[in-house]
Design a protein around this ligand. Structure first.
Ligand code: GRF
Length: 203
């Protein structure tokens, strides 16, 4: 049985948005049952917002924050309200560099996913590709996981592996991981849209 209903998603990012581009292009090229109802950023001048506007999508920029790694509760509440007003059923963190707290977590229980550039639980936090290189592992990759109050610690949904090659620099390894990310995130979002991965209940 086919359904004409699309999963409404909001994509949050802080930077250049290569994962968002890969996701959006995949949705369009493969007619995935997914609709991007909002693209939001913690930086008004983030490239991801520029690209979303070029695609003709609704965008939201948070006002400047005093903090680097989190948002003030009132800013995060405004962000959560914007996402709710847009009608999002799933929130995707694609390079969103803030730790998500109660306002978003409570508004979207078991409805926020994140893409991280390592095979979690290894190498949580920043510059995971550098951590992998420093640790001397032969293999790393990327993970899509549910977001909870822990740092990169929510339940794992899916992972993709890449080799670490001799002579790799942080840049070459990061590029290889990002190529894998650009495949993994759209495939997970498609599986959620098709109901193969269940979303949390409405609150
Ligand atoms: C990605 O490597 C993702 O894993 C991490 O932040 C990076 C975002 O890159 N969370 P981009 O903005 O999608 O290019």
């Amino acid at each position: 049985m086919t359904s004409s209903k699309s999963l409404k998603i909001a994509v949050l990012g802080s930077g250049r948005g290569s994962n968002f581009i890969a996701l959006y292009e995949n949705i369009v090229a493969n007619s995935l049952p997914v609709e991007v109802c909002l693209v939001a950023s913690d930086f008004a001048d983030a490239k991801i917002l520029e690209i979303a506007a070029e695609y003709g999508l609704l965008t939201f920029a948070c006002p400047p924050s005093r903090f680097k790694t989190k948002l003030e509760p009132e800013i995060e509440t405004a962000l959560a309200e914007a996402i709710q007003s847009a009608g999002a059923e799933l929130v995707i963190l694609a390079g969103f560099m803030r730790v998500v707290k109660a306002p978003l977590l409570n508004a979207f229980p078991q409805r926020i996913i994140n893409i991280h550039p390592s095979l979690l639980p290894d190498f949580k936090g920043l510059e995971a590709w550098k951590q992998a290189l420093d640790a001397g592992v032969k293999e790393t990759g990327c993970t899509v996981h549910w977001v909870d109050s822990s740092l990169d610690g929510g339940a794992i949904i899916s992972q993709s592996k890449v080799p670490v090659l001799s002579g790799d620099s942080p840049t070459s390894l990061h590029l290889r991981i990002q190529k894998a990310e650009h495949q993994l995130l759209p495939s997970v979002v498609n599986e959620i849209a098709l109901g193969k991965i269940p979303l949390g209940l409405e609150n």
